[in-house]
Design a protein around this ligand. Structure first.
Ligand code: ADP
Ligand code: MG
Length: 397
C-alpha cells in the first residue's frame, strides 16, 4: 500500500490562510459538556506548528449527525472553548462555515488567532461531497491540511473536496497515523500477530481475509469468536452467532489453513444465563451448554493469548475479547490489554471500544500507537486505501 503523502513541510505556510480539516467530533454529556477531549488534543501539534510558521489556521470539523441542517446542540462552541484552553493562544469561533462574512472574519483575524468554522455537516453538501460546497470552503484558504484521520475513510466535501482544489498535505496527526499503519501493513517485523474481537464477525471478516496475507497468526475473541466456533461444529449455546456469515467464516478458515496461518479461537469462556450486567459469571470449556452464552474469553485462553502476544514483534489489536463494559466479563479484555502493553514489539490498537478498554486499564502510554480513527483504521486493515489519503497521494504526481 502506497502511503507516501505530502506533509506540512511540503507546504508554504508563511502569511497563508491554512484550511485545516480536524476531527472535533468529541463525546459530550447530556448538557453538551465535553467528556473526552483526546481528539482536540491530538490536533494541537499541527495547529501550533502552522501558527509558529506564520500561517493562519482556519479549522473545519464535523460534530454529530445534524444531517444537513443547523442543530443548535451540535454547534462547535464548546470545542472552540476547549481548544483555546489547550492551545493557550486566541481562538475565534464563527457561527458559519462559508460565505462573505466568514471570509471577512478570516481576513481581519490577528496573526496568531486560530479560526474555528461552524460544524460542516450543517450543510447538506458535506456528506454528499458536493463540489460546489467544497469550492465555497476552498475560497476561504490558500492551502489545505487534512489532519482528520478519523474522517478520512469518507469522501466528504471538507475531507476530499477541498484537497482536490488547493495545494494540500497531511497534518502531523494524519502523518503519525499513516506511519503507524504503514509499519504494520508494509513489511512488518515478524512474528506479526493480529488480535480481533468485538461483537460482529461481519464487521471484521474482511480484515481477517486481508491480514491473512500479512500476519503469522490471528487471535480471535469477543462475540465474533462464536460464529467461528460454530463453523467448526462446536456447541456455542445462546452465544451471539451470525448464521448468515458461517459460509464466509468457513472460507476464511480454509484460506488460513491453505496458507498455514493459524487462526486461534478461545479454548474456554466466561458465560452467563442471560445477556445482563448483573448475571453471574459461569466458567465453561470450549463447548458451551445450551442454557448459557459466552461473554468473555476464559483464563486459559487469556494465558495462551498472552504468551503469543509477548513473543510478537508486531501486534495490531481491534475489538475487545468480551463485554468489557461489565466488570464480571472484563478479565479477558484486560488480560489482552496488559499483554499488548507488556509486548516489547511494535503495538497498534485501533477501534473505539478497544481504545476505551486500554484507557480504562490505564495502559495508553504503554501502547506504541493508539489510533484516533475507529472506522478509518478498520478500513486500512481491510486493505482499503482511504479516500482522504488517496486524494493527498494524487498531489504527489
Ligand atoms: P471496536 O470499537 O474496538 O472496533 P467493536 O465495536 O467491534 O470494537 O466491538 C465492541 C463491542 O463488542 C463491545 O460493546 C462489546 O460489549 C461487544 N462484545 C464483545 N464480546 C461480546 C460477546 N461475547 N457477546 C456480545 N457482545 C460482545
Ligand atoms: Mg465499536
Amino acid at each position: 500500500m502506497e502511503l507516501d503523502v505530502p506533509r506540512l513541510d511540503d507546504l508554504q505556510l508563511r502569511g497563508k490562510r491554512v484550511l485545516v480539516r480536524v476531527d472535533f467530533n468529541v463525546p459530550v454529556d447530556e448538557k453538551g459538556a465535553i467528556t473526552d477531549d483526546t481528539r482536540i488534543r491530538a490536533s494541537l501539534p499541527t495547529i501550533a506548528e502552522i501558527i509558529a510558521k506564520g500561517g493562519k489556521p482556519v479549522l473545519l470539523s464535523h460534530f454529530g449527525r445534524p444531517k444537513g441542517k443547523v442543530v443548535e446542540s451540535m454547534r462547535l462552541t464548546a470545542a472552540g472553548k476547549r481548544l483555546a484552553e489547550l492551545l493557550k493562544t486566541p481562538v475565534q469561533k464563527l457561527d458559519e462555515s462559508i460565505g462573505a462574512r466568514v471570509a471577512d472574519a478570516i481576513a481581519k483575524a490577528a496573526p496568531n488567532t486560530t479560526i474555528l468554522l461552524e460544524n460542516v455537516r450543517f450543510h447538506p453538501g458535506e456528506e454528499k461531497s458536493d463540489p460546489a460546497l467544497a469550492a465555497e470552503f476552498a475560497v476561504l484558504g490558500d492551502v489545505f491540511v487534512n489532519d482528520a484521520f478519523g474522517s478520512s475513510h469518507r469522501d466528504h466535501a471538507s475531507v476530499c473536496g477541498i484537497a482536490r482544489l488547493l495545494p494540500s498535505a497531511a497534518g502531523r496527526l494524519m502523518e503519525k497515523e499513516i506511519a503507524a499503519f504503514r509499519r504494520v501493513l508494509v513489511e512488518p517485523a515478524q512474528p506479526f500477530l493480529a488480535i480481533l474481537g468485538g461483537a460482529k464477525v461481519s464487521d471484521k471478516l474482511k480484515v481477517v481475509d486481508h491480514l491473512l496475507e500479512k500476519v503469522n497468526a490471528i487471535l480471535v475473541g469477543g462475540g465474533m469468536a462464536y460464529t467461528f466456533l460454530k463453523a467448526q461444529d462446536h456447541r456455542v449455546g445462546k452465544s451471539l452467532v451470525q448464521e448468515d456469515q458461517i459460509d464466509l467464516v468457513l472460507k476464511s478458515l480454509m484460506k488460513a489453513e491453505r496458507m498455514g496461518i493459524p487462526i486461534l479461537l478461545p479454548e474456554d469462556h466466561v458465560c452467563a444465563t442471560a445477556f445482563a450486567e448483573n448475571s453471574k459469571p459461569i466458567p465453561s470449556g470450549v463447548d458451551i451448554d445450551d442454557a448459557l452464552l459466552g461473554l468473555d474469553i476464559g483464563p486459559k485462553t487469556a494465558a495462551t493469548y498472552r504468551r503469543k502476544i509477548l513473543e510478537a514483534k508486531t501486534v495490531v489489536w481491534n475489538g475487545p475479547m468480551g463485554v468489557f463494559e461489565w466488570p464480571s466479563f472484563r478479565a479477558g479484555t484486560d488480560a489482552v490489554a496488559h499483554a499488548v502493553a507488556d509486548c516489547p514489539g511494535y503495538t497498534v490498537v485501533g477501534g473505539g471500544d478497544s481504545v476505551a478498554a486500554v484507557e480504562r486499564a490505564q495502559l495508553t502510554s504503554r501502547i506504541k500507537h493508539i489510533s484516533t480513527g475507529g472506522g478509518a483504521s478498520l478500513e486500512l486493515l481491510e486493505g482499503t486505501l482511504l479516500p482522504g489519503i488517496e486524494v493527498l497521494l494524487r498531489k504527489r504526481t
